[in-house]
Design a protein around this ligand. Sequence first.
Ligand SMILES: C[S@@+](CC[C@H](N)C(=O)[O-])C[C@H]1O[C@@H](n2cnc3c(N)ncnc32)[C@H](O)[C@@H]1O
Length: 243
Amino acid sequence: MTKAPIGSNRSGRKLGQKVKKGKLKASSRRWLERHINDPYVQRAQLEGYRARAAFKLLEIDEKHKILAGAKRIIDLGAAPGSWSQIAAKVTHSTDADPRVAAIDFLEMDPIPGVRFLQLDFLDPEAPEKLKEAIGGAPDIVMSDMAAPTTGHRQTDHLRTMHLCEVAAHFAVDVLAEGGHFLAKTFQGGTERDLLGMLKQNFRQVVHVKPASSRAESVEMFLLAKGFKGRRAVGESTEENAAE
Ligand SMILES: C[S@@+](CC[C@H](N)C(=O)[O-])C[C@H]1O[C@@H](n2cnc3c(N)ncnc32)[C@H](O)[C@@H]1O
């Protein structure tokens, strides 16, 4: 079970540590203090995950049961790699029989069983390259992509929403029937058209805010479960048109 870490220091490091005033700007010092005192950061180190983001996926899975039985997974915006670590584990992926494809424009240290593409997901070649790398229809397309911040909140918001939308269309293009799509989004940010498209293609669409997603952050996750399949949606549209 994914337990929310409490204020103790299972990693042996004390919480509530202060960073000495020095060369750092006040904002950087506040960030560093928050980071080193974050129980999820400490727990990630203890459990061998590359990022605290691991617990977001594990918590979502605990409630919505998306990972069990997945044979192939595509991870969008994968670096530094904690979601890919989980994906490789649940799919029993190995370098000899890789079942996880991951993409990020940043570098990522290799993970056994993960085929990594260092590429912008918005590059026109990215979808084909990911399909080639995964070698079969994935059961999960997951995206933790967030656009690099520009300092202009609305611009950042729109860019991340755009990534979410492109990821959703990619998911509908590649997923195996019954598969799931999970993507980072923002509170109140999911476009009505995107929600409509997902509801048409998936059996269930929900927004999730895991406890490990910082309360002050507007980050949320959009989960679309049970892909109806490309043919099924085409057929139901034809049926509707005939009515
Ligand atoms: C929150 S981090 C992902 C953390 C990751 N889920 C983990 O568990 O380690 C978001 C990532 O999305 C990547 N990203 C943002 N926009 C992207 C794009 N257009 N193409 C590829 N990667 C992108 C960033 O470089 C960043 O590494």
